[in-house]
Ligand binder design. Structure first.
Ligand code: ATP
Length: 356
């Protein structure tokens, strides 16, 4: 990797006794689409606002293109922000909303016309330049807010839940549009969301945040396949999370050290309590075809859930644990009834042992 465009180093933000952000360090590459993902209150917006310069850090440093931003005011940073609530000027037309920034920078009129036309074209809104914000739908207003943010070609675009106010269908369409826009512009995007699917669809890398920290930073695939903690496994995608214990012989046992032996994890180490994670799509019903390396369990079918593209089977194990298996076929569901005896298995390589 080359020189990062943004480097944050042990960035901390305190409000009285509340630590909104705790010693966060990370680097963003030029042209990257990074999502900041986490539940409400985990510090995503605080990190974004620190980078934008709307608030000052309690400790730590932000460097953009090799220059420390600590004393640089927001309007002199090479960044621009798009908010959830659009923040368009209601008394100005679309054109004048877009022209506002360049005009303040005393750009010549013909040049402004050119910039406005370009920015509107980027978001497919050429026909709307004479309208007022109140004459636009939510999705259209957000497109205008976006085009206003990119008109002066910032190096970095900061997006704070920009699709949060839109209905699900429009949000999904805008996700694809935003991803395309990012590819076209080659700007660096930092995108705050609490929606894991949104992050997976758009971002090159995802920073999963919790309690003011980045818990894991990686590509969507890395985070989905190799979550570093129960917290991340639970946040991204569906997961079966089973309390287990590794006994003194290195066997993983369901529940505590008297529970059913599952397998011997490679990274067994000392006796300890752990969480076993296996994704529902990796849990298969029936006996494994080849005997090698599979974990086999028995239980009874508690629920069958039709999910359109397939079926979810909720299985209660004899030990009291519950496991969800997801099959992309609906065929099996017609042969099984609630209470039926079920054998299920998964390949050992699909399970992950997470430290508590
Ligand atoms: P959301 O998804 O709800 O916007 P977030 O992850 O963006 O949440 P932040 O807005 O960054 O969370 O807030 C992080 C923590 O800092 C929260 O506990 C919040 O209450 C606190 N906090 C944020 N701003 C202030 C402030 N101005 N004064 C006091 N506490 C604040």
């Amino acid at each position: 990797m080359g020189e990062p465009i943004i480097k944050v180093d042990r960035l901390t933000k305190r409000y009285g006794s509340v630590t909104a952000l705790a010693e966060v360090s990370a680097q963003v590459q030029p042209g990257e689409f990074l999502a900041l993902l986490g539940p409400s209150g985990c510090g995503k917006t605080t990190l974004l606002r620190l980078i934008a310069g709307f608030i000052d850090p309690s400790e730590g440093e932000i460097v953009i293109e090799g220059v420390s931003m600590n004393r640089v005011p927001p309007d002199q940073r090479p960044v621009n922000t798009v908010f959830q609530n659009y923040a368009l000027f209601p008394h100005l037309t679309v054109r004048d909303n877009l022209a506002f920034g360049p005009r303040r920078k005393r750009v010549a009129r013909e040049e402004i016309d050119k910039l406005v036309a370009e920015a509107l074209e980027m978001v497919g809104m050429e026909a709307f330049s004479k309208r007022y914000p109140s004459e636009l739908s939510g999705g259209q207003q957000q497109r205008i807010a976006l085009s206003r943010a990119i008109i002066n070609k910032p190096k970095v675009l900061l997006l704070d839940e920009p699709l949060g106010a839109l209905d699900l269908k429009l949000r999904k369409r805008m996700q694809i549009e935003l991803k395309r826009l990012h590819e076209q512009l080659r700007m660096t995007f930092i995108y705050v969301t609490h929606d894991q699917e949104e992050a997976l669809v758009m971002a090159d890398r995802i920073a999963v945040m919790g309690e003011g920290r980045i818990v894991q930073l990686g590509t969507g695939q890395e985070i989905y396949r190799e979550p570093n903690s129960r917290y991340v496994a639970d946040f991204i995608g569906d997961a079966n999370l089973l309390d287990c214990e590794i006994d003194h012989e290195g066997w993983l046992r369901l529940g505590d050290a008297t529970g059913e032996r599952l397998f011997r994890p490679a990274e067994a180490g000392d006796q300890r309590r752990v969480t076993l994670m296996v994704r529902p799509e990796h849990v298969k019903l029936g006996e494994p075809k080849a005997e090698s390396e599979a974990v086999l369990l028995k239980g009874r079918l508690r629920d069958l859930i039709f999910v359109g593209s397939g079926t979810k089977f909720v299985v209660a194990l004899d030990s009291g644990h519950e496991i969800v298996a997801e099959s992309s076929s609906n065929a099996l569901s017609e042969q099984l009834e609630q209470g039926a005896e079920i054998t299920l298995h998964w390949r050992a390589e699909h399970a992950r042992v997470l430290n508590k």
